[in-house]
Design a protein around this ligand. Structure first.
Ligand code: PLP
Length: 307
């Protein structure tokens, strides 16, 4: 590499028309994405050089854009090209690939009218990272049901991806203070919702159940629901109370940046033998084995780095 060529080895970003090394990707302080958390995003992963369920992520991203009335003026085809190019530039075979749109900086100084903003499109690829560390997944995560309730879905639609994480962040502090790995939140009626960046499942007998409310429609959650029938399990999307959680046989969480992540404890309750339960372990193994077999994969064209 010549001295002047950009170093994409730690990741590559696209910011409104320009590709830059990840360390150079920044937004202005006046962008409402920063000042009002007026931004949406999605994150897809690349494993062994292929995107996983890229079209499902693009579908969800477009639903989020419409829900927040954001229009970055980039077609779906252009997004696919940009996402492929940031991965190709980074050269990463296992990556975490984000697409975002912020409201932008108002064209009229001091304006409070969202129509005065040109919405941005940002994408970046960075090395793969697990939201729950692999060694914690191995022993089974310890979850705390935090005191703070999940923000009402009447105020913030959890199916539109957002960075308004005050409730999760409060929950995370509480969990860490009490010696747990991470937190899950109940809604104000006492039903289980989700955690900071992951969906939650319980296993009861042959049923694999995930909340029907207060949660993102996770793509990993969808993958697990899809896998259940072939493993002889019944997928259920339904209400889960605190008591259901405590009386479950097993608990696990799911996210793009981690896959299927088994849990061993919730609050003082210890499941099974304080290790990942057998159904969670089977789902995790199947999820990753299917990746190796090319399930829902779209290969990255690394030659695009030179185009
Ligand atoms: N719930 C929240 C709040 C999230 O932010 C995420 C992912 O970032 C998830 C659930 C899991 O969704 P996915 O499996 O699509 O990554």
């Amino acid at each position: 590499m010549s001295q002047s060529s950009p170093d994409y080895s730690k990741g590559a970003a696209y910011m409104n028309g320009t590709y830059v090394p990840i360390a150079e990707a920044r937004i202005p302080v006046g962008d409402w994405g920063f000042t009002h958390s007026d931004v949406t995003y999605d994150v897809v992963h690349v494993t062994d050089g292929g995107f996983f369920r890229l079209e499902d992520h693009l579908d969800r991203f477009h639903r989020s854009l419409e829900g927040y009335r954001l229009d970055p003026g980039v077609t779906r085809e252009e997004m696919r090209t940009i996402l492929g190019k940031v991965v190709a530039l980074s050269g990463l075979k296992d990556a975490f690939v984000a697409m975002l749109s912020t409201r932008g900086v108002p064209r009229v100084y001091g304006s409070r009218d969202p129509a005065d903003c040109d919405n941005t499109f940002i994408a970046y690829a960075v090395p793969w990272v697990d939201v729950i560390k692999p060694e914690v997944q191995e022993r089974g995560a310890h979850l705390l049901v935090a005191q703070v309730p999940r923000i009402s879905q009447n105020s913030l639609d959890p199916t539109l991806k957002n960075y308004m994480w005050r409730d999760f962040t409060r929950g995370m502090f509480e969990a860490k203070d009490k010696g747990f790995d991470t937190a899950v939140l109940l809604d104000s009626e006492g039903y289980l919702t989700e955690g900071a960046g992951f969906n939650v499942f319980i296993v009861k007998d042959n049923k694999v159940i995930t909340p029907d409310r207060g949660a993102l429609r996770g793509i990993t959650r969808l993958a697990v629901l899809d896998l259940c029938p072939e493993l002889g399990l019944e997928p259920v999307v339904g209400p889960i109370t605190f008591e259901d959680l405590m009386e479950a046989d097993e608990v696990f969480t799911t996210t793009t940046a981690g896959g299927v992540m088994p849990c061993a404890r919730v609050n003082e309750r210890i499941y099974g033998n304080d290790r990942p339960g057998p159904i969670s372990a089977r789902l995790k193994e199947t999820y990753w084995r299917k990746h190796k077999e090319g399930w829902h994969m779209t290969p990255v064209n690394y030659a695009d780095a030179d185009n």
